[in-house]
Design a protein. Sequence first.
Length: 223
Amino acid sequence: MTQTLTDRFAALQAERERTWNPEQLERNAAQRRILIERHDANALPALGDTVTPFTLIDQDGRELTRDQILADGPAVLVFFRFGGCPACNIALPYYNETLLPALTQRGVRLVAVSAQLPVDRELIARHGLGFTVAGDPGYALARALGITFLPEERPEVAPGQSWIGATLGTNSYEIDTPAVLALDEDARIRFLDVSPDWLARTDSEAVLAALPEPARRVVSGVR
């Protein structure tokens, strides 16, 4: 039986409880609590709203527009934090394993999106991801959806210091909130689930339940 995303995150948390000190654990938990408290679901776009045109940059450095993504039908966009995020390295392989095959059967494209540019190609290779991974220049799409956040702690950065803004290539502490967005072929929102707690993300079953079933071929009058 395929392990759920919730179970996979629970295993990550259990490992951290074994290996992290109490202060580190509490700091991580506090960061997630703050994001949950800040989250305003009423500020998000509504089902049926149209997502205006956008342009992403794929792993090969090519432009990928909204209309290109939807050219052959509906699409699902999975927003993640960045290539080195431990939770994202659990979530994206999970979607590759459980969501991609079902979406392919239904003729629905899957694209993973973060603010990170250029795209972390090592992330794709590490997990053998079979879907497109793209960067969102200037947070344009994520900001339009209202799904970025700034962490509480934003210390000054010394020249040459390693920090999230350098990793993302944005020179900013701003990060995408994990989310799953499903668009109909006319760019209307069919499903949007935002996860302010990055250890509690959307399971594949919830996404698939919001999408049309694949067409069934009728043979000799029997479905």
